[in-house]
Ligand binder design. Structure first.
Ligand SMILES: [Zn+2]
Length: 438
């Protein structure tokens, strides 16, 4: 069950409670709503913090979506979960737009300037703005959750596969260890290395089997350098043959295969800069930080027979994952990063200035992006509308509801639900991402 966050009167985070209890506290006037997203109540008294239950924040960073889960390590209960969708590509697009506008202006308004020499230096820790935004999203949510819930530790999925575990010489006999952690690490590694296609017929989108290039019967080893992936047909056809015999008619494919088998996957592919940067910054928070590999996450999830979603992946990160995860009735909060508007001073259309930025952003106490409920008692637009407002200096706002945009609603009919904080929220079922499934 997704729990409700509770603060005491001093805004100290307390153990999250069952929604039913929160409802009772609100009804009896012992608490008030503090934040709508994530839903948090604030008690009207101070509570001594001796019996707090500390939870672990688990993070599965992704390129598009990051899974977040708060797990109670002692009983395996998932207290709260979310899927955070990043802005990545939107940032790149707006930077491209800015570059185009700036370039055009400099062409038009200034005399010839010699090209600028490459005298700009980037710090060694520089990462592209689109990736920086992902980091900032995760760190923002980690800081927010820390203010709402007592946190004891963080778990982060740091690498795709555990290369150290794979090179461990004690581990042998891959095929006889299917279902063991090692198999997952290796399988992921091979999928990446052989680009998810059959090494013999180059077919993609078919179930792939782990294949020994030099068969074990002929003294081939179980090391990753002797393994490849084949579709069932090719695997059967090759059988116990040596690869040199099997591909005797196709020397090109054979040469390519042998070369690729010897080349270990570059570290760059296995180690992700953004995740390491996130690791460094999470370490700076001072909370105990545990890391796990993607293979371990998948192993944990499969052993607990959980479906593949971002938030369940997050709950399965790391060695600390409890034996039983209580996930029933957990509804993840779907968080989408929207940013805080742009800094453009002059909007252009076809290169011509169309509108200039207003000095004022707040009108009648509202800012564009605030979530509000408008109850219009009479007139043409009579009704109740819940959605984001687009503010106007005139005091007549637009309200963007799920059904569409309602124009010209007076600010007097609006009641604020949630201030614009750079994210939009939804609740609901999450489905596995087919692209990321293996
Ligand atoms: Zn094949």
């Amino acid at each position: 069950m997704s729990k409700v966050f509770v603060l005491d009167a001093n805004q100290q985070p307390l153990t999250p409670v069952h929604p039913g209890w929160a409802r009772l506290l609100l009804k009896e006037g012992k608490a008030a709503v503090w934040r709508r997203y994530p839903f948090t109540i604030i008690l009207k008294r101070v509570v001594s913090s001796s019996t707090l239950v500390h939870s672990r924040l688990k993070i599965d960073p992704g390129a598009r979506t990051t899974g977040l889960a708060l797990v109670n390590d002692t009983n395996g209960e998932v207290l709260w979960a979310a899927e955070l969708t990043h802005r990545g590509f939107a940032i790149k697009e707006s930077l491209d737009d800015r570059r185009a506008v700036r370039r055009s202006r400099r062409q038009r308004h200034t005399r010839y300037r010699p090209p600028r020499c490459a005298n700009r230096r980037r710090s060694s820790r520089w990462i592209p703005p689109s990736l920086e935004s992902r980091l900032a999203n995760v760190l923002t949510w980690m800081a927010r959750l820390r203010r709402l819930c007592p946190l004891a530790a963080i778990s982060l999925e740091l690498t795709k596969f555990d290369l150290a575990a794979m090179q461990n010489p004690d581990i042998a006999g891959v095929e006889y260890q299917q279902g063991e952690l090692m198999g997952y690490e290796l399988r992921n590694y091979l999928l990446e290395k052989w680009q998810r296609r059959c090494a013999y017929c180059q077919k993609t989108d078919v179930p792939l089997q782990i294949e020994h290039i030099v068969p074990r019967a002929k003294g081939g080893s179980d090391r990753a350098s002797n393994l490849t992936l084949a579709c069932e047909g090719c695997n059967q056809a090759k059988g116990n043959q040596d690869v040199r015999d099997f591909l005797a008619d196709e020397p090109d494919i054979l040469a390519g295969l042998l070369a690729q088998a010897k080349t270990p996957l570059r570290d760059a592919a296995a180690v992700n800069t953004t995740r390491w940067a996130l690791f460094e910054r999470l370490k700076a928070t001072g909370l105990p930080l545990e890391t796990g590999s993607g293979g371990l996450t998948k192993y944990n999830r499969s052993r607990r027979t959980l479906p593949k979603t971002h938030w369940l992946d997050a709950a399965c990160v790391g060695q600390s994952t409890p034996e039983h995860l209580e996930t029933s009735q957990v509804v993840p909060l779907l968080i989408k990063a929207t940013g805080h508007g742009n800094r453009q001073m002059c909007g252009v259309k076809d290169g011509f200035p169309m509108r200039h930025r207003k000095r004022q952003k707040v009108h009648h106490g509202y800012q564009t992006g605030d979530l509000a409920r408008a109850v219009v008692p009479a007139g043409k637009k009579v009704g109740t509308y819940v959605g984001r407002v687009l503010t106007r200096a005139s005091g007549f706002f637009d309200v963007v509801t799920k059904a569409g945009r309602i124009e010209g609603i007076s600010h007097r009919y609006c009641k604020l639900i949630h201030r614009n904080d750079g994210y939009t929220y939804a609740k609901g079922e999450c489905h596995a991402d087919p692209k990321e499934a293996t």
